[in-house]
Write a new protein. Structure first.
Lengths: 314, 230
């Protein structure tokens, strides 16, 4: 699949934003050993909202006819894209109410109604990321996406980026306990594990073949002529292909930048005193790694229409 | 009704007349134009509802060339419709035709991603999705003589390799043909239940191949023959 920049930017930034707000809101709902101040909660929520909103705006750039984007909530009954749009829009009044009450000084850890609102905000954010993943997972035409790991990946990577940002922003606005950054690094480990399972899961070609695509199941089938002299919408959109060794190299780049480096920084790089710079390095590295991961998510996906353009199996 | 096409892969000669007739009819039809980009440039490209590909089946000497036209299959379980967030893509209750409402589409491409058969193409100029309409603006047009109320591609095919009709009616030509000739669906394992049906090529006798004779008498005969011919 052609990796469109606007979609990569959208899924990475808004995923991180939803992850950050989910962790912030849920954390604020309980009375942990290192409680956040009201200002800290506001700062974290504001950063999350900037990430979410810039991501959502970027997602409209890949529409060929954005003036009809307002219709995108019409088919909530069947379409995951419509569901995602609706969840993303309805999230705003909820998170705005939450932020407003924090600003007014209501403490989520000792007011039941506020606890409920904080939890609702957090869970809503995660469900929104889930629905983003389901847009891809629901496509039977793309074997690499059509499995349960896809939405799990989106959620775990969003929470991972959110967790690292959470530590960084707390450290920026005061100080963050070693335990909290340690929890963020656990999220990195979980996200990495899920991604590794995904890479193995999509490993060997196992989808439809040129034989079932043409109905000639008992003979060899070879494409002689694709019938067009220049590219078409179909080859532009689905024909994107990268050499195998480059894909493997990029998988390593994603693993190192996205998971290995941030974990090493948290485990061995942090010392007494101010760790803001180190945490910033971990966050930047993780964002770069997840951007490469997202690029690969598209570049490695093989749509079955390629069977009509010469592929033997997808 | 379950309207759709039968394509006879035995008689299709790969002339592309159906694709051209489709383009000609539909470019001024309900979902037209079928925009072309750089039609006289180096890399001409554009929207087509029907594309023909050519395949080789089997290995020599049991091989065969097959021409393979593909347009929308008007699937019974059309994921292109269910994924569409705007409601622009829809499947008609009454006859099963899958259409795109050009006024509602936002050009998100998701329906094209959901279609296994490459039947949907985005018009880059208008920013909306386009696809085969089963010539909905021909088949119900009472101004046309009754035998012309057929899709443009079916009407034009010089090899009579395309048939249009109702698969819900067991006595229709399309139902009879697909029953008698063992009609097949493409990629049935994905579960889209495509309506369009493909008739497989009939079995042909093998191409006779030259056998190298080692019999000495034959060799002498051969030599004499060549001598006489000179
Ligand atoms: S062939 Fe493609 S566009 Fe046509 S109904 Fe089936 S899934 Fe939809
Ligand atoms: S491109 Fe248009 S028809 Fe296709 S899913 Fe998007 S809005 Fe629906
Ligand atoms: S039925 Fe009509 S729109 Fe569809 S391929 Fe044939 S000519 Fe084109």
């Amino acid at each position: 699949m052609h990796p469109a920049f606007s979609v990569i930017f959208f899924t990475v930034t808004s995923g991180a934003g939803y992850g950050l707000i989910a962790i912030t809101a849920i954390y604020s709902a309980f009375d942990f050993s290192q409680p956040m101040t009201g200002e800290q909660t506001l700062l974290l929520s504001a950063v999350a909202l900037v990430l979410i909103t810039s991501g959502l705006i970027s997602s409209t750039f890949h529409l060929a006819n954005p003036k009809n984007a307002w219709r995108a909530f019409s088919r909530v009954r069947t379409s995951w894209l419509a569901r995602e749009g609706l969840l993303a829009i309805l999230f705003y009044p909820i998170v705005m109410l939450y932020v407003y009450l924090v600003w007014r000084g209501v403490d989520a850890s000792n007011s039941t109604a506020m606890t409920a609102l904080a939890l609702l905000t957090g869970v809503w954010a995660i469900v929104t990321v889930f629905s983003t993943g389901m847009i891809y997972a629901s496509l039977k035409t793309i074997r690499q996406w059509n499995n349960a790991l896809t939405p799990v990946n989106y959620i775990s990577l969003g929470l991972m980026l959110g967790g690292l940002l959470f530590s960084l922003l707390l450290s920026l606005s005061g100080d963050v306990s070693a335990n909290l950054t340690m929890v963020a690094s656990y999220m990195v480990v979980i996200a990495a594990t899920i991604k590794i399972v995904y890479f193995f899961w999509i490993g060997a070609p196992a989808g439809p073949t040129i034989n079932t695509a043409t109905s000639f199941t008992s003979r060899t089938v070879r494409l002689l002529d694709v019938g067009h002299t220049a590219g078409t919408f179909l080859t532009d959109e689905f024909g994107y292909q990268v050499a195998r060794d480059r894909l493997v190299a990029l998988r390593w780049v994603a693993m190192v930048l996205g998971f290995i480096l941030p974990s090493l920084i948290v485990w061995f790089g942090l010392g007494e005193g101010d760790n803001t710079l180190m945490l910033a390095a971990a966050v930047i590295s993780a964002f770069a790694g997840v951007a490469v991961e997202r690029w690969l998510f598209f570049a490695e996906a093989r749509h079955v229409v390629n069977l009509y353009h010469g592929a033997q199996q997808c | 009704m379950k309207l759709g096409l039968v394509v006879d892969l035995d008689t299709c000669v790969g002339c592309n007349a159906c694709a051209v007739a489709c383009k000609q009819w539909n470019t001024s039809g309900t979902t037209g134009p079928l925009t072309d980009l750089e039609p006289y440039g180096k890399d001409p490209t554009g929207v087509w509802f029907n594309r023909i590909r050519n395949y080789e089946l089997g290995d020599y000497p049991e091989n065969k060339t097959v021409h393979f036209p593909m347009s929308c299959m008007h699937c019974e379980d059309a994921a292109c419709v269910t994924v569409c967030p705007t409601g622009a893509s829809y499947k008609r209750e009454e006859d099963g035709i899958v259409l795109v409402d050009q006024d509602k589409c936002m050009g998100c491409n998701l329906c094209a991603w959901a279609c296994p058969y490459g039947a949907r193409e985005l018009d880059p100029e208008e920013g909306v999705m386009k696809k085969c309409t089963l010539c909905v603006d021909r088949i119900y047009d009472e101004a046309l003589p009754e035998d012309e109320r057929q899709p443009a591609c079916v009407m034009t095919c010089p090899a009579h390799a395309r048939f249009f009709g109702d698969f819900d009616d067991p006595n229709s030509e399309v139902s009879r043909l697909s029953r008698e000739r063992g009609g097949e669906h493409l990629m049935p394992e994905l579960g889209y239940k495509p309506v369009n049906t493909y008739l497989p090529p009939r079995n042909k006798t093998n191409i006779p191949t030259y056998k190298n004779e080692t019999n000495p008498i034959e060799k002498v005969k051969d030599w004499v023959n060549r001598l006489v011919a000179r």
